[in-house]
Structures are given as C-alpha cells and as structure tokens.
Design a protein around this ligand. Structure first.
Ligand code: AMP
Length: 300
C-alpha cells in the first residue's frame, strides 16, 4: 500500500556551531517522503518554485517518490533558515520566506485520492484539511504540526484534530496546546480533542505513544555519538513510521509499536548529516540493521 504525504517542500539554510549549509533540500514533506520511501511507494503533494534545483527532483525520483502531485509554480520555493545552539537541541528560526506557499492550494491527482495511508506533515492546518477533503475512505490519517500554527491558526488545527486518527507533536507543542506541564495530563487533554492515537516526540529522549483505549508505548531514540543536524528528524520519524505501517499486514494497533521503532531509526540517520544528505544515501538494509540494534538495547 502507498502513503500520501503533504507538507512543505523547501530550501533550508542551516547553521550549526560547526558549519553552515545554504539552500539544502528540506521541508516537512521532503524529509517524511524520503523516510517513507524506504518502506513503501510515496505520493507527494506540495509546491516548489521555478528555482527548485533539478537535482532535488531527481533525488525524489531516485527514491521512487511519485511527483504527479508536486506543483511547480511561478515564483520562489519556500525558504526556511535556522540556527542551532551548541547543544544541538535548541533552534532559532532566522527567516521564513513563504514564496510559492503563499498562494498554494493542494490539488490531489485522481490516482492519489484513494491512498490508504495519509500523512499530513507540517503545513498550515487549513491546507492539511483541504487535502483530507479530497481523500476517499483513508485507512489511517496522521497529522503533524508546529508551534507557529498553535499561535496563528489554532481554530483550524482544532477542526482538523476531529478528523484525524493520529496526531504527532513535540513536548513543547503539547505543553503549549494543553497548558499542562505533565505529559500524561497533556495526552489526556489531546485525546479529548479527537485523535485516537497521540504521539509526543521528545527529541533525543524518544517518543511516547498514547491510545485512547489506555494503551501506551515508549520508543527510545537511537543513541548517536555525533549529531550533525537534527533538522527534519521529527518528519523522518513520522515518515518512517507511516511507511512501515502501510506495508505491514494486520491492524494498525498491532503494528504501531514496531513502526515507531522504525521511525526512531530513520530519524537517527537524518541527524547524522545536513538536511537530507545522510538519509538519502542509506539503504533499507542499513535501517533493518539499526532496527535490530535499537530493539536489542531495549530488551532485558
Ligand atoms: P523539524 O526539524 O522536524 O521541526 O522540521 C524542520 C523542517 O520544517 C525544515 O525542513 C523546514 O523547511 C520545515 N519548516 C520550517 N518552518 C515551516 C513552516 N512554517 N511550515 C512548514 N514547514 C516548515
């Protein structure tokens, strides 16, 4: 089965204490699509400008990401730049230039409208909802978000949460959304907003899954010796998770834990290089080998 992914397709300029890399392939949908592509065919929905480098289109094609749903519009590609502190966790956004995103309306090609697994990666919640309007009978829909939408588009996000199966956010976003410092209290409140599955990402400390039936799971992050650039790790996590889920037979409930471990593994590769440089060079065999290592670390 395939995965439909909508989100930002961007050029990222990233600064860390050790290096600076301008105009890398980035964006929530780009990271998630490459991550998911190691498991399943991916249908990508997004927009880029005429300045989008051909080599990045080729990179998607090399990973068999279907680009029928990627619009190439007159104007500039969405550009984001950010800077990390020495601890490589705290990040400051330096600039966000919307470019062609300003006037973007996602149109789903007919062949995408029955995609069973849908990932609404980080993008304005109204656009995520617009994609959902065009999908027929999806099997599993997950939405991601960011603090910006909690600040400027909360009503749209709350509307969307009533329509999705799963919601993925990081711990600071969960605190902002619920005004709760305690993660269990936050999870309880988020379930009341609609999603049956809530995943709170905690960066290098892994991710927590909560199900509205009371089920819980904690997925560790893969311990890395060196983090080069964590940009897109969250998107890689959810992309890898959805990619695995779409290929696993049986119920989502039975596969979600393993899917989260796969998500953690792909996210770890993402952190080892700038932008998509490292992730785009790995193989499914490398993912499976690290999956075994991570699983062994959690056995007692
Ligand atoms: P993450 O590190 O998982 O938070 O994701 C970083 C990615 O989010 C980068 O590749 C950015 O291009 C993308 N991004 C940053 N700001 C926005 C925004 N306002 N809307 C959509 N994507 C964004």
């Amino acid at each position: 089965m395939s995965v439909l992914i909508v989100g930002s397709t961007a050029l990222d300029s990233i600064k860390t204490p050790k290096a600076e890399n301008p105009r890398l392939l980035g964006g929530s949908a780009s990271h998630a699509a490459i991550a998911a592509s190691f498991f399943a065919p991916v249908n990508l929905v997004g927009v880029v400008g005429e300045d989008f480098p051909k080599r990045y289109l080729k990179l998607f094609q090399k990973h068999k990401v279907d680009l029928t749903g990627l619009q190439i519009a007159p104007g500039k590609t969405f550009h984001w730049s950010g800077e990390y502190e020495v601890n490589m966790n705290n990040r400051r956004t330096l600039a966000t230039e919307l470019g062609v995103f300003e006037t973007f309306t996602p149109h789903l090609p007919a062949a995408y409208q029955t995609t069973p697994f849908v990932l609404l990666a980080n993008i304005a919640p109204a656009l995520q909802g617009h994609v959902l309007d065009q999908i027929r009978k999806p099997k599993f829909v997950v939405a991601d978000t960011m603090d910006l939408w909690l600040n400027i588009a909360l009503p749209d996000l709350l509307k969307l949460l009533k329509r999705v199966d799963g919601f993925v956010l990081n711990d600071s976003e969960a605190r902002q959304l619920t005004k709760e410092d305690n993660v269990m209290a936050a999870l309880k409140k988020i379930h009341r907003l609609g999603p049956k599955y809530v995943i709170i990402k905690k960066g290098e400390h892994g991710a927590i899954l909560s199900q509205s039936n009371g089920g819980m799971f904690v997925a560790p992050a893969f311990p890395l010796h060196r983090v080069v650039d964590p940009t897109g790790a969250g998107d890689s996590f959810v992309g890898g998770m959805m990619g695995y889920l779409s290929t696993a037979s049986g119920k989502v409930d039975d596969n979600l834990r393993k899917a989260m471990i796969y998500g953690s593994v792909v996210a770890s590769f993402c952190c080892e290089g700038f932008g998509l440089k490292f992730t785009s060079r790995i193989t499914r065999a490398a993912i499976d080998a690290r999956f075994k290592e991570l699983a062994a670390l959690t056995r007692f």
